[in-house]
Design a protein around this ligand. Structure first.
Ligand SMILES: [Zn+2]
Length: 106
């Protein structure tokens, strides 16, 4: 089994769909599919998350000869309507996240 085949085997072993894994590591389903086909590998941030989720070790370049820029995490927008700030946690931007936190503690 190649290292790349191990990535696929781990995902299937954990019964994660392409979409689930994509959600967990913050990329599109298509990106995960491209990783598994060996077209290109994840960028460093995504790889860190993938290693956590799949329980893998080592550097992405040991698994893929080519690391893709499309493997970068997707910039998500805040879930608050009309807010276009980038997400920092729990699908919220910095401002709305802090607001939610302050509501929680009150
Ligand atoms: Zn916001």
């Amino acid at each position: 089994m190649t290292k790349l085949e191990m990535v696929v085997a781990r995902r299937k072993g954990l019964r994660l769909s392409l979409r689930k894994l994509a959600e967990k590591v913050g990329v599109s389903r298509q990106a995960v599919l491209d990783y598994e086909r060996g077209i290109y590998g994840p960028g460093p941030e995504v790889w860190e998350k993938m290693k956590d989720v799949l329980g893998l070790e080592g550097e992405a370049k040991e698994y893929w000869s080519k690391l893709g820029i499309r493997g970068r995490p997707r910039k998500q927008k805040c879930k608050v309507a009309k807010c276009t700030n980038p997400v920092i946690a729990q699908s919220l931007c910095e401002k709305h996240y802090q607001k939610m936190k302050s509501l929680e503690t009150n």
